[in-house]
Design a protein around this ligand. Structure first.
Ligand code: AMP
Length: 283
């Protein structure tokens, strides 16, 4: 498995593949790969001739008080897992390679970046949109794969691709969960055993909300409050950033439920911030 560290090396490699008539798939990640990432890589393998996995802990999307320095990293393990899942090359640039001295251009998807996680992580989605634009320009993929776990990120990237006429197909992939419902995340490794057990409350709260809708509830605020109360019932939930019932594309709050609805939560278990969501189609 080739691990390429420079923009020039990836460009040269992809250009050669494209000249040979191959389609290119890109899976952007921050590494510490788990089954969620691997599901994206496998799908890219099935649909594209040449699969690039980027592994880059993007400093631009971390706030000053966030976990950039402690974010888990293990390139050797990632390389092995990515190869097994069907990646052809890994792009693993240094921060200096992506953001050389003098860097000052950013991409901002204005409205979609304001609510939900954006309200608690200022600058986060600007960092995401900027690095994803750079990765698209460096790799030039036909398709790029993103998980629905990061639903706001997905909505922002789709909007950005439309708004800027980026020539790439965005392929969304369902959330991969542990058997007890916890959404896989590289940050789950921060959880102590007791916190890990408590962390299932995010999914349980979302399922409770979904069940209420299935039972006929059509008041979005009542669903939201019920989900919040479920989260509050878990003593290890130390803070709730938001509980929201929104349209999955516009991320606007839904008070009367119909059509596509997304229930989304962000909460801290101890010091670990976790997010999750669930989609419901209301008839
Ligand atoms: P990250 O390394 O956290 O930046 O995630 C890289 C990609 O993997 C993003 O598109 C995520 O949405 C996706 N991803 C992360 N966790 C999961 C999961 N549990 N299920 C599906 N996709 C995921």
């Amino acid at each position: 498995m080739e691990v390429l560290e420079t923009v020039a090396a990836v460009r040269a490699r992809v250009r050669a593949e494209r000249r040979a008539g191959k389609s290119i798939g890109l899976v952007p990640t921050m590494g510490y790969l788990h089954e969620g990432h691997l599901s994206l890589i496998r799908r890219a393998r099935a649909e594209c001739d040449f699969v690039v996995v980027s592994i880059f802990v993007n400093p631009l999307q971390f706030g000053p008080q966030e976990d950039y320095n402690t974010y888990p990293r293990d390139l050797n393990r990632d390389t092995r897992l990515a190869a097994e899942a069907g990646a052809d090359v890994i792009f693993h640039p240094t921060p200096e390679e992506m953001y050389p001295a003098g860097f000052q251009t950013h991409v901002e998807v204005e409205k979609l970046s304001q609510g939900l996680c954006g309200a608690f992580r200022p600058g986060h989605f600007r960092g995401v949109a900027t690095v994803v634009t750079k990765l698209f320009n460096i790799v030039g993929p036909d398709r790029a794969y993103f998980g629905e776990k990061d639903a706001q990120q997905l909505a922002i990237i789709r909007r950005m691709v439309r708004d800027l006429n980026l020539d790439v197909e965005i392929v969304p992939m369902p959330i991969v969960r542990e058997s007890d419902g916890l959404a896989l995340s590289s940050r789950n490794t921060y959880l102590s055993p007791a916190e890990r057990r408590a962390a299932t409350v995010l999914y349980r709260a979302l399922v409770y909300g979904r069940d209420l809708i299935a039972a006929g509830e059509r008041d979005g605020l009542r669903v939201r409050d019920a989900v919040r109360r479920t989260l509050e019932s878990e003593p290890l939930v130390s803070r709730i950033d938001y509980v929201a019932v929104v349209d999955p594309d516009t991320l606007e709050e839904k008070t009367t439920l119909s059509g596509s609805v997304m229930l989304a939560v962000a909460a801290y278990i101890g010091k670990v911030r976790l997010i999750d969501n669930i989609k419901v189609v209301v008839d």
